[in-house]
Design a protein around this ligand. Sequence first.
Ligand code: FA5
Length: 350
Amino acid sequence: MSLKDDLEKLKEEGLKNIAESDEPSELNDIRVRLLGKKSPITDALRQMKDLPAEERPKVGSFANQIKEEIANAIAEQQAEFEKMMIEAKLKSETIDVTLPSHKTKKTGTMHVLHQIIADIEELFIGLGYQVINGSEVEEDKYNFEKMNIPKDHPARDMQDTFYIDDELLLRTHTSPQQARTMEEHDFSKGPLKMISPGKVYRRDTDDATHSHQFHQIEGLVVDKNITMSDLKGTLEILVRHVFGAERKIRFRPSYFPFTEPSVEVDITCFACGGTGCKICKGTGWIEVLGAGLVHPNVLKNSGVNPEVYSGFAFGIGPDRLAMLKYGVEDIRNFYLNDVRFIEQFKGEEA
Ligand code: FA5
């Protein structure tokens, strides 16, 4: 075999070894073996001196060409290894931004009472009502007098409160918003339809069903020809929304100084469906709110002519609604801020 054939064979074997190498260290060994000082190519070049003079340049350039081809193949393979390494690294360090995060902090939830209030607000907004927030510090005039409860009226005993001075107090109900919104409303532009949720206060002794601080949602509609059937239809929608479509309601005569006639509204018990159980104390009915037609004196006190206009009003206690709906046995649980209690209502938001 000639030197040229030897070199050709070396090249073929070398290129095959390079292509088959699995890792950079193996490739480096091949490089040293094929291109280093003791490589067969270097050896072959040394043997050139024994060739005839005219052969030498040809074989020399052929040997250099082979050296170059092998060096290029090594460089390409080296680049391939580097590319593979970068790809593997990127793959192992990939961050999937769509994965849920590790929860390090506890997230809060809307308080169950505010969930109930928000739900009722949404219902009434859908029925075309405005939502009006009143002030918890109220004037005696609005809390009592304009509500047809003059000073020294016995009905004041039912709603004793915390006084700031003789004329300023913490409101005992959301009803003062009736007078305030009637005074503001421009009846030439249409009927008044509003609900007013908020916190109220009474000098009640705290027990399982009474708190000195609780919530109410006032409802008021004033227009021409408003009757008890408007009130009944509206409350039916409300009760069925909160307690389920199969609930029935009944009106019982009652007394409030600011409505005439006045009613207490009962619903058929959601636990037994009306047959009688522990929750409804065997009656099949549960009391949920007070309501009535706005007393002519209240209309007058707020600058509305009772000869032309009439209205209905209702007052709901969302604390009691929440107790009934979720079987909460003690109203004070709503105000203790015990996270174990509050967390039970997580995810109830609409
Ligand atoms: C009133 O406060 C009337 N203003 C409601 C009203 C408005 C009637 C408009 C007619 C027309 P009453 O005192 O019954 O009524 O209270 C209404 C609701 O508030 C009760 O049904 C009850 O759910 C809730 N409530 C009353 N006192 C407390 C209390 N101490 N703790 C928790 N909830 C209470």
